[in-house]
Design a protein around this ligand. Structure first.
Ligand code: RRO
Length: 296
């Protein structure tokens, strides 16, 4: 039994995508990901202007995850478009975008509409100004609606767990016309260097990702699934195929792998074949798994 599926009008060969932010954005890399068996690519977040990001140190490695404060480094929309111009992939390309308000998001959306398959609106970076959008459900509604009104392609909205009630925010994204919810971005965090007697990251705060956030991400996906009708893309700490199954059973229709990719992109085949083996053993279709563990 295969794990192909159609969602947002797009065909995915398997439900396992890259998460935004971890990898670069060269054509060469995108082709390597396609070859490695990845189900779809979500790019680093792209803004209107190029940005260098924060000064080093920007990453802290922990035994159970990572804390990053990259600070939205990106080449800007013009350079990004030149990079992907003649890129023809057989898997969906989802471009993550960020802006200060609906106007900036919609400018980016219009530029990208005929150059990619879908957009992921990043309103949730835990240590930049854009978190101010993601933490206010009304602002999420406005940004989503503005982008919805300015382009035709599918829109995912990536939410932050750094809120009291993620369901409230998800509902506003749905009301604004989102086609799907991506849950979750990283958790706001901090690490200390005891010799230097100060925070390690130049930005002080960063976003925690990796294995340790999986239970938080599963809780968010579970709660969103119970309360909204649009599909969910689950992300947070996936490192083996049973993690993928957990996200699907909590209600995710697709998943993304982020932090674990720093160990190599060979993981996609391994995750995919694990999921397919499980489906065969249980005689389930892929759709049978989605939300299977959720008590409505
Ligand atoms: O660039 C970053 O520092 C960053 C982003 Br845009 C994000 O969405 N989440 C994160 O943990 N880091």
């Amino acid at each position: 039994m295969g794990a192909e599926m159609e969602l947002f009008g797009l065909k995915f060969k398997n439900p396992i995508l890259t998460a935004s932010g971890i990898l670069g954005i060269s054509q060469k890399l995108f082709r390597r990901l396609e070859k490695a068996g990845c189900g779809g690519i979500v790019t680093k977040s792209i803004g209107l202007k190029p940005g260098a990001g924060y000064k080093n140190p920007t990453v802290v490695e922990l035994e159970y995850g990572l804390i990053n404060a990259m600070g939205l480094p990106n080449p800007g929309i013009d350079a990004f478009i030149s990079e992907i111009e003649d890129l023809k992939l057989k898997i969906p390309l989802i471009v993550s975008i960020f802006g200060r308000d609906g106007k900036e998001f919609s400018k980016l959306a219009k530029e990208l509409e005929d150059k990619c398959d879908a957009l992921e609106l990043n309103v949730s970076c835990p240590h930049t100004k854009i978190l101010e959008i993601g933490q206010h459900s009304e602002a999420v509604f406005k940004v989503t609606k503005t982008v919805r009104d300015s382009c035709e392609i599918p829109i995912l909205v990536k939410l932050t767990p750094n809120v009291t009630d993620i369901v409230k925010v998800a509902k506003q994204a749905e009301k604004g016309g989102a086609d799907g919810i991506t849950a979750i971005n990283t958790l706001k965090a901090l690490a200390i260097d005891i010799e230097a007697e100060k925070p390690i990251l130049s930005n002080i705060y960063g976003g925690l990702s990796g294995k340790c956030i999986k239970p938080v991400a599963l809780r968010c996906v579970y709660d969103i699934y119970k309360n909204v009708d649009i599909p969910i893309v689950g992300v947070g700490g996936i490192s083996c195929f049973t993690d993928v199954l957990e996200f699907l059973m909590c209600g995710a229709s697709l998943v993304q792998v982020g932090t674990f990719l720093k160990d190599g992109i060979e993981i996609f085949e391994e995750l995919k074949s694990g999921v397919e083996r499980f489906l065969k053993e249980k005689n389930y279709t892929y759709e049978d798994l989605i939300g299977r563990a959720v008590k409505m």
